[in-house]
Design a protein around this ligand. Sequence first.
Ligand SMILES: Nc1ncnc2c1ncn2[C@@H]1O[C@H](COP(=O)(O)OP(=O)(O)OP(=O)(O)O)[C@@H](O)[C@H]1O
Ligand SMILES: [Mg+2]
Length: 462
Amino acid sequence: MAKDGTPLPPYFNIDPDAALSDLDLPTGSEGFAAIAQACGQGRSDLASRGMDEQGRKSLRLFSTWEITRYLIPVAQAHFRRVLKQNPDLPQGQSESEGGAKWFTLDEVLRLRAFFGAQGSKAKNYLPYRPAGLPAKIVAVANFKGGVGKTSTAAHLAMSAALDGYKVLVIDLDSQGSMTSIFGGQIEDEWQTAFPLLARHYAEYLRLENQRRLDRGDPPQPLDEALSTALDMTVGDVIQKTHWPNIDLIGAQLNLYWAEFQIPVWRMQARGWKLWDALTDRLEMDGVLDDYDLVFIDTPPALGYLTINGLAAADILLVPMGASFLEFDSTGRFFDMLHSTFVSIEEGENVAARALGRPEMAFEWDAVRAVITRYDGAQQGELAALMQAYLGETLSPHRQDFTALIGQAGEQVNGIYEADYRDFNRETYARGREAFDATYAAFKRLLLGVWRRAELAEQQAAE
Ligand SMILES: Nc1ncnc2c1ncn2[C@@H]1O[C@H](COP(=O)(O)OP(=O)(O)OP(=O)(O)O)[C@@H](O)[C@H]1O
Ligand SMILES: [Mg+2]
């Protein structure tokens, strides 16, 4: 107590002997192993909750109310009528006699296809994707940590899937958060994007070796890892998830190895276009025909994996909070993007000019900063300032802070996996609105980008 009776701040009058008696022994390197083990055990415990017998995640069911409200734009009565008239369609299951009918997402997708084929053409039963054009690749990136990259990417992937798109999610972050969200089980780097990058390099090396042999130089050996990678395709690293129309290329700690390996490969083969590795593999293995959308989650760093993800992207989303520090750091992120990609272009174009070949330049269909975890009561002014400076680059949609995120455990990630009956309706509705609006802003961007490509295609054909 101070003389006037107010309590002292808690950091005054700490007795050193009392502090000592609280203290445990110093930690050695082995101490980290023990801590990691404890985390691992806790994680498995959490992860196992709500899993099915095979230890895999399962997705909740969707009610008639939710389907007709959020997923398939028909009136409930009409929906019920159509089901009754078509006994072959999924009829749903109810928890009690005459209770509400619930459907798996697989069933919802079948119903959507049915309405799409039979229903009114004026309605958006099936989401727009121009025929014959490739999937769009969306990267979510910012070298600042904790800005909402993974949450944004995961929610967009889920909303797009609920909207009827077929989605591939690629986790390039060795922290593997996205992989956990989608219940991915990854043993080592061979089940991640790593072998795709390795294959790209190995193919380059093989070509290069042919040139060497032609010149009479000795070839560079392909080690065992590279030879293995040569036989691998995207199909080998894609996993199914508990979402019927979301597949995953997962990540785990070993993927970080790529950050050391890629520069070594590049040193050995200066001509290898490392930034094209992911793009080329996705194109060659048919991914862009098999899926509608590819979402790439990146680590909070501008390393080689992120560069690969960014170079592959058609649409780049950069989440950031409406705070001074995040705005500041995002500005520097764009600065780094500029110098990184310009230096790649310059490196390539010196040679291109010398050989009289066309110059290369990176291009993105759209680049948008997105305000995440927005608190209108506190951050309105800062957000308006950011909007004034960034103009069109800042998405006009601000993703509200919602207590619904991060609150649930391992089994349920975010709004779309949560059963609305577990929440206060009001909280649920607000949380859902935040991410539905994030998706709406994204979808508008996507449709614009696809439409532009479609018109360009038509014009080229004329
Ligand atoms: N709209 C939101 N409302 C409330 N909390 C949110 C929102 N978006 C994200 N969060 C929370 O913010 C934290 C960071 O989010 P997230 O993991 O998505 O960021 P990140 O940029 O992927 O982080 P990292 O850089 O570590 O990969 C998480 O605890 C997440 O639950
Ligand atoms: Mg993340």
